[in-house]
Design a protein around this ligand. Structure first.
Ligand code: ATP
Ligand code: MG
Ligand code: MG
Length: 376
């Protein structure tokens, strides 16, 4: 069998390795943290991500290389491409590492993003705020996640402070118009080197404190909106020449308009529901795509709600497992618990998730409410 190398050893790597192991592949991961979530189920090279010697070692041992986060050092990516097979290439990384490049690429594939403007100074920021109106969102072009590296500007008096605070990151800044969305959706599309594209059903996402809390599938939107979201994701996969997965986050307005928020060139938290709810999971699909296999059937088998298990949820979940199972039986829901093997259950840290399968999403949501574990 072939060996797949994964840059990054977090939970996404672990779930890629678990899915790929079931298909006969071996896995080796590169991650600085000993006993990483992926290292527990695969071989691990313990080194920093930008360690060239370690990357060379990974390339030597792997037939195919993929990554589970998008901030891969460009030099390391180039080196890996010379020494091994990196089907996803480095272009997709280069594009999605930077919000401005990413937005331009999305627009070039004919898909709309929220109106935005690059801002290089306070004067430019003031002008852009005046053009978009308040509120608006200032973001660093690189490095942000879970809402870090952004500032919602609600009054003109915040402009100076917002600029100074984000300018510390020493990257370009982008101002976005605030979209008064009715819902946030995401669609994961897969594309293999042969150019075949499949999309997973759109998820409706609910965030708490900028961290994903729930993914509800089917999304509670009109069928036409679901289809349009899926069509846009396929178009982006095509336009960017994606290999592997591309996760597309979208805003849906009350007029039924869709705007892309951002992309992630990898399995996505909002796609964890596919593990039990789709014929092919996003992780299996990713392995199929990077290994050049035909893509799997991505269709939905059952309604599902994915709820994230953060540090503060682990203890109550484990303590109340019996009661929680009873509730599930009463509601006809089937909660599938996934934990990532992380050692420290820090507050807000993603420790696992539960995929709640049920006859409809309301029954799954009722289970989540009645367990009293997620008191959002
Ligand atoms: P992630 O953890 O998903 O990578 P991130 O830090 O990269 O998050 P974004 O996805 O850009 O940040 O924004 C986080 C959240 O903030 C969005 O899911 C959305 O709820 C809100 N948000 C971001 N940009 C806008 C906008 N232009 N208008 C309205 N809300 C926005
Ligand atoms: Mg992001
Ligand atoms: Mg996001």
């Amino acid at each position: 069998g072939s060996t797949v190398g994964i840059l990054g050893g977090g939970q996404l790597g672990r779930m890629i390795a678990n899915a790929g192991s079931a298909m006969g592949y071996r896995f080796i991961t590169l991650d600085p943290t000993p006993d990483s979530p992926c290292g527990q189920v695969a071989e691990q090279i313990i080194a920093e991500y930008d360690d060239r010697d370690a990357a060379r070692q990974l390339a030597d041992q792997a037939d195919v290389i993929t990554y589970e986060f998008e901030n891969v050092d460009a030099g390391v990516a180039a080196m890996l491409m010379e020494q091994s097979y990196v089907p996803q290439g480095s272009e997709l990384l280069y594009t999605t590492q930077h919000r401005l490049r990413e937005k331009r690429a999305i627009e070039a594939s004919g898909v709309r993003v929220a109106p935005y403007s690059e801002v290089a100074s306070k004067d430019e920021l003031r002008a852009a705020v005046a053009a978009f109106g308040l509120p608006c969102v200032l973001k660093t072009a690189t490095g942000g996640y879970d809402g870090k590296g952004q500032w919602v500007i609600r009054s003109e008096s915040e402009i100076d402070e917002a600029f100074d605070s984000l300018a510390e990151a020493r990257t370009e800044l982008v101002l976005e118009q605030f979209i008064r969305f009715e819902k946030e959706l995401s669609v994961i599309a897969a594309r293999n080197p042969q150019g075949e594209i499949r999309t997973f059903p759109a998820a409706e996402n609910i965030h708490v404190d900028n961290i994903l809390h729930l993914s509800i599938v089917p999304a509670r939107v009109e069928d036409a909106v679901q289809r349009e979201a899926e069509r846009l994701a396929a178009r982006i996969a095509e336009g960017l020449g994606v290999v592997g997965l591309i996760a597309v986050e979208l805003f849906l307005t009350s007029d039924g308009e869709l705007f892309v928020n951002e992309l992630a060139p990898r399995p996505h938290n909002s796609g964890h529901y596919t593990m039990e709810a789709c014929r092919t999971s996003q992780f299996e699909q990713h392995v199929r795509a990077v290994c050049g296999l035909p893509l799997g059937d991505a269709s939905l088998l059952t309604p599902v709600v994915m709820v994230n298990v953060l540090g503060e949820h682990v203890e109550p979940l484990l303590e109340r497992m019996a009661a929680v199972d009873e509730t599930a039986e009463r509601l006809g829901a089937a909660p599938k618990v996934h934990l990532y093997g992380k050692h420290e259950a820090k507050h807000k840290r993603k420790m696992g998730h539960v995929n709640v399968l049920a006859a409809d999403v309301d029954a799954a949501l009722t289970w989540i409410a009645e367990t009293n574990i997620w008191r959002a």
